[in-house]
Design a protein around this ligand. Structure first.
Ligand code: E4P
Length: 218
C-alpha cells in the first residue's frame, strides 16, 4: 500500500518524508489556500522534498483553460500529477494528458460509475472521498470495495485507487483490507497510526526494568 500525505504544509511534508514512509503528496485548492504562499512556488518546494507523485490541482472548469493550467503545472517538476475534477471536461483533460504521458489524479469521485469513467479516461489515480461520504451517512469504504471489485474485472483498467478524505486510522486499515492501491491521509491521521496505549505502557515498564539492571548498551 502506498502512503501519500494529504497536505500542502511544507514543514509537515518534510517531517513525514524523513520517516521514509511518504510515497507521494496530494494537495487541493483549499489546502493550498491555508499556506498563504505562491502556489507554484509551494508545489516546486514540495517536489524537491518528495520524489513520488505530487498532485497539483487545476482550478478552471472548462477544458481549454484546464489544459493551459495543467501545462504550466506539469512543467514545475517531473513528478507532478495533474489533479482534475470528475466532470466531463475534467475527464477530457485526463484523457489528453494521460495520452501525453502526464500522470493524472481524478478527484472528487463519489460513485463507482464515476470511477469507471476515470479508468476509461486513462487516469493514473482516482480519488474517492470516503470521509465526505461518511459525513452524509453513506458508507465510504463500501465505495472503495465496489471500485476494487469492478476494476479487478478488467485488465485494461490500470487506474490506481487512491483513498482520499481519510479521517481516521480505521479508514487506512480498511483500505488495506480491501486492497486499495494508495491512501492519502492528513499528517495527523498518519501520526495516529503509530500510537497505542499498550505500546506506551510497555515501553515504560521496559525502561523501568532495564534501569534496575544498572547496565548500558553503549
Ligand atoms: C484528496 O486528494 C483531497 O485533498 C482530500 O483527501 C480531501 O479531504 P477532506 O474531505 O478531508 O477535505
Amino acid at each position: 500500500m502506498k502512503f501519500f500525505v494529504d497536505t500542502a504544509d511544507l514543514n509537515e511534508i518534510k517531517d513525514l518524508a524523513a520517516t521514509g514512509m511518504v510515497d507521494g503528496v496530494t494537495t487541493n485548492p483549499s489546502l493550498a489556500a491555508k499556506q498563504g504562499m505562491n502556489f507554484k512556488e509551494l508545489i516546486a518546494e514540495v517536489c524537491k522534498v518528495v520524489s513520488g507523485p505530487v498532485s497539483a490541482e487545476v482550478t478552471a472548469l472548462d477544458y481549454e483553460t484546464m489544459m493551459k493550467e495543467a501545462d504550466v503545472l506539469r512543467k514545475i517538476a517531473r513528478n507532478i500529477t495533474i489533479k482534475v475534477p470528475l466532470t466531463q471536461d475534467g475527464l477530457k483533460v485526463c484523457r489528453a494528458l494521460s495520452s501525453e504521458g502526464t500522470m493524472v489524479n481524478v478527484t472528487l469521485c463519489f460513485t463507482c460509475g464515476q470511477a469507471i469513467l476515470a479508468a476509461k479516461a486513462g487516469a493514473t489515480f482516482v480519488s474517492p472521498f470516503v470521509g465526505r461520504l461518511d459525513d452524509l451517512g453513506v458508507n465510504g469504504m463500501q465505495l472503495i470495495e465496489d471500485i476494487r471489485m469492478v476494476y479487478d474485472n478488467y485488465d485494461s483498467f490500470k487506474t490506481q485507487i487512491l483513498v482520499a478524505s481519510v479521517r481516521s486510522p480505521e479508514h487506512i486499515i480498511n483500505a488495506g483490507r480491501i486492497g486499495a492501491d494508495v491512501v492519502t491521509a492528513p499528517p495527523k491521521v498518519i501520526r495516529q497510526l503509530y500510537h497505542h496505549p499498550l505500546t506506551d505502557s510497555g515501553l515504560k515498564t521496559f525502561a523501568e526494568d532495564w534501569a534496575k539492571t544498572g547496565q548500558s548498551i553503549l
